[in-house]
Design a protein around this ligand. Structure first.
Ligand SMILES: [Zn+2]
Ligand SMILES: [Zn+2]
Length: 331
């Protein structure tokens, strides 16, 4: 399913089978998660994507073939491909262990064709081993929603016992489970009137769920803003205690309105989380089965990728939307 131009629907296309280059794997796509970033790319909200482009950066694949120098995985191995597709290894950020900030990074489903397809190629150094026991659709959301959620949770701080989460989508539904397993209390803020999302948050262990325009019943130690809504930043600052951190976890957000300095005073911190490192992935994928994280997914066949994006845009997805090969049963 191809994005030819931002702002236009995806189109079904037949492309030549991709050939794995040096250190790349050819993968048969078993499942690919649908992430909000895909919507931002499709809508033209992010600069200079490769066009035409195959979206998708939560790929669960099976190794079909390996290019020159690729020896890490055997044919038939189950691997996960995340957003971080390649880094230079040489820039100041790479050398400082912050490859998520690499100046020349290339991203899956953005600079490199992604997983809204039957086959994909990926640099094996940026792939993760996945257990074959985990069903591909359930594993897919771990690869971005889970990883970025995990990095955001770390950024919120170990001391954040009372954790606010604004926007209860794919990442939030995973983070809530991890946070609860660590003894934190999760306060889930959902779209005003979205009672189903509030109930879903409570089912996943949130201590409280309410509307994003409501104040929490007690001050928070930190908050993560997953919704791409800039007005939530001052709202979240108002909800956190002195010394608290507000983490903006999305790649794109509407403008943040001006707000009184008093909201930031008291050593409150506003920060973003950008991309992931391979270390985030290794840590989170080791942690997830111990929680254990159980993802709620809605699967759609690949040919209905446009519908999956529309459902995500409308806030109709419970948990995460995942594309599966055409012909696989939908759920
Ligand atoms: Zn670099
Ligand atoms: Zn993503």
């Amino acid at each position: 399913m191809l994005l030819e131009t931002a702002g236009r629907p995806l189109v079904a296309a037949t492309l030549p089978d991709p050939a794995p280059g040096p250190q790349q794997l050819l993968l048969r796509v078993l499942a690919c998660g649908v992430c909000r970033t895909d919507l931002h790319v499709a809508d033209g909200e992010l600069p200079r994507p490769k066009l035409p482009l195959v979206l998708g950066h939560e790929i669960v694949g099976e190794v079909v073939a390996a290019g020159r120098g690729a020896h890490r995985f055997a044919a038939g191995a189950r691997v996960g491909v995340p957003w971080l597709g390649w880094t230079c290894g040489e820039c100041r950020h790479c050398r400082a262990g912050r490859e998520n900030l690499c100046e020349r990074a290339r991203f899956t489903g953005y600079d490199i064709d992604g997983g809204y397809a039957e086959y994909a190629v990926a640099d094996e150094r940026f792939c993760f081993a996945l257990p074959a026991t985990l069903a591909p659709p359930e594993a897919a959301p771990l690869l971005c929603a889970g990883l970025i959620g995990y990095r955001s949770l770390v950024a919120a701080g170990d001391g954040a016992e009372r954790l606010g989460i604004y926007g209860f989508g794919a990442a939030a539904h995973i983070v809530a489970q991890v946070a609860a397993s660590q003894g934190r209390r999760v306060f889930a803020f959902t779209r005003p009137g979205d009672d189903a999302a509030a109930r879903f948050a409570l089912e996943l262990g949130a201590a409280w769920a309410g509307s994003s325009d409501a104040a929490p019943p007690e001050p928070l130690d930190a908050a993560i803003v997953f919704a791409p809504v800039g007005t939530l930043v001052p709202t979240a600052l108002r909800a956190v205690e002195r010394g608290g951190t507000v983490v903006c976890a999305g790649i794109h957000m509407s403008d943040i309105p001006s707000f009184p300095y008093a909201l930031l005073w008291g050593e409150r911190v506003v920060r973003s989380v950008a991309n992931l490192t391979r270390r985030d992935g290794e840590e989170f994928l080791a942690l997830a089965p111990r929680v254990p994280v159980r993802t709620a997914v809605e699967t759609l066949p690949l040919r209905r990728a446009g519908e999956a994006l529309a459902r995500l845009r409308a806030g109709q997805v419970r948990g995460a939307a995942v594309l599966v090969p055409d012909g696989a049963p939908a759920a």
